[in-house]
Write a protein that binds this ligand. Structure first.
Ligand SMILES: [Zn+2]
Length: 129
């Protein structure tokens, strides 16, 4: 249990960092005179370009809020001890998937199923057992 929690420490740190970055960006988007130079994001040019288009700013804000909600949910799952487990089948999510997407809720296979058809309840039971 303790070692498992320790395994997720890195993800927790990453999630907290992403949360701070999103909040900084949201705060920047609120202010009339943004300072693109101070944005702690991997693609500052893209974000800066979006800042000058009001509609795109709204889209970006919506996306950032959604990301923030996903990050918060992932942090909550770490606290609850359900982090890293697929919400569909209950199996552990692949390490590589979590590395690529720390907010992932499902295994790649289950995500594909979910995207193909919304939750149907019966199809998922046979997937792993
Ligand atoms: Zn699954």
């Amino acid at each position: 249990m303790a070692s498992r929690a320790k395994n997720f420490r890195r993800f927790k740190i990453r999630l907290h960092r992403e949360r701070a970055e999103i909040q900084t960006l949201l705060a920047t988007l609120q202010s009339p005179e943004p300072e693109p130079g101070g944005l702690p994001i991997e693609h500052p040019a893209e974000v800066a370009a979006a800042l000058y288009d009001h509609e795109e700013t709204l889209t970006l804000k919506g996306w950032l809020r959604q990301r923030l909600a996903e990050v918060d949910a992932a942090l909550q799952r770490i606290r609850d001890g359900t982090y890293g487990r697929c919400e569909v089948c209950g199996m552990p999510i692949q390490r590589a998937r979590l590395e690529a997407l720390p907010t992932a809720r499902t295994r790649v296979e289950c995500q594909r199923v979910l995207e193909r058809e919304p939750w149907s309840g019966s199809a998922q039971r046979e997937v792993h057992r």
